[in-house]
Design a binder for this molecule. Structure first.
Ligand code: HEC
Ligand SMILES: [Cu+2]
Length: 322
């Protein structure tokens, strides 16, 4: 659920070609917007996803004229598409984003349109120092280096938090949306109820915050049957993947992404040549890798406290030792 690059650079006013390949296990698209329109297009996509006809439009929402400059088809895993594009004449930071339901807050990057591509390539930092390009979109201003958080990196701080509290409630609640948790979980009145209810975490499986963290870092460690995905290979060799909603009267109903309004695919049991249970959770890995240490801790406290501002994790002083 990420583009492999945070930044693409092209020469203003010139034709370019993007080759967009989906090497992930879920569908994605690629949409370029005008500077400043990322959140607007993302929010429109969220509303659009639940309306009929969204799938036919590849989940590219109807947007005000000029807001969307380019859009790909929705690519299934392993598909690719070549896209021709006339780079805008106006240098700037143009967002690109996947508008497939649940993805935009995380799956985006910055298309730098520069007046002199050779000059840029010679020395990107020096070029940008001389010809500053300011991002207008908040999400692109805050693109930070990715940290692949490991349990060991955070375990001590998590233990300290469990003993001493001192986390920031408002920040934790905000991170719940920023890190895309709200796309699938509902907590504190926001979000979709597509993953399990986090207010009812099984205390045997999640006796402490470290176990919550372990699951978020590696969601496929344990996938509840109810949320498993299946790969159905039909006798004509086509493949359908997704969660099985029901199976009766010789028909299996499969849904690829419960966040989208798409009607479930129906596959006749008699046409299924093979069926394998997926080993990958639909909850993506790496959701924390754009957050800082404090943001991760505030988010974990928010989940642990089930969205309760009065929880002891939010009490206590800020005795952080740096
Ligand atoms: C694309 C949907 C999706 C997103 C985004 C997502 N989750 Fe999940 N999450 C799930 C599903 C489905 C499960 C159950 C299957 C599994 O355990 O992998 C789950 C399971 C969990 C569990 C274990 C709950 C249990 O009862 O087993 C925790 C904790 C959790 N998610 C926290 C988070 C947090 C925190 C975030 C944001 C950083 C997040 N999730 C983002 C879909 C998602
Ligand atoms: Cu996507």
């Amino acid at each position: 659920m990420l583009f492999n690059t945070d930044r693409l650079v092209v020469q203003a006013g010139r034709p370019v070609e993007f080759v967009f390949e989906n090497t992930d296990i879920m569908p994605h698209n690629f949409v370029v917007t005008r500077p400043g329109a990322l959140a607007e297009v993302g929010n429109l996509a969220e509303t659009f996803a639940t309306q009929p006809g969204a799938a036919e439009k590849h989940y590219v929402p109807p947007a005000p004229a000029g807001a969307i400059l380019l859009s790909s088809r929705l690519l299934a895993p392993l598909q690719s598409q070549q896209l021709r594009f006339q780079a805008p004449a106006q240098p700037g930071v143009y967002p690109y984003v996947c508008t497939y339901p649940g993805h935009w807050r995380r799956m985006h990057g910055a298309l730098y349109v520069v007046a002199d591509l050779d000059g840029y390539l010679e020395n990107p930092e020096a070029y940008l120092a001389k010809n500053p390009l300011l991002a207008q979109d908040d999400l692109l201003k805050h693109i930070r280096p990715r940290t692949e958080w490991k349990l060991e990196d955070l375990a001590a701080a998590v233990g300290e938090m469990e003993r001493g509290g001192g986390r920031n409630f408002a920040n934790g609640r905000q991170m719940f949306t920023v890190a895309t948790c709200a796309a699938c979980h509902k907590l504190g009145g926001v979000g979709n109820e597509f993953g399990p209810d986090l207010t009812k975490l099984d205390t045997k499986l999640f006796p402490n915050t470290t176990e919550v963290l372990r699951h978020v870092l590696d969601p496929s460690l344990r996938i509840e049957d109810k949320y498993a995905t299946y790969r159905l290979v039909k006798s004509d060799d086509t493949v359908v993947t997704g969660m099985i909603l029901s199976e009766k009267d010789g028909v299996v109903r499969v849904i690829e992404n419960p966040l989208a309004a798409a009607t479930p695919k129906e596959v006749r049991t008699a046409d299924i040549a093979g069926r394998t249970k997926g080993t990958t959770s639909i909850m993506p890995r790496g959701l924390l890798d754009r957050l800082s240490r404090d943001e991760v801790l505030d988010l974990l406290a928010y989940v642990r406290a089930a969205g309760d501002a009065r929880h002891r994790l939010f009490q206590g002083g800020h005795d952080h030792h740096h």
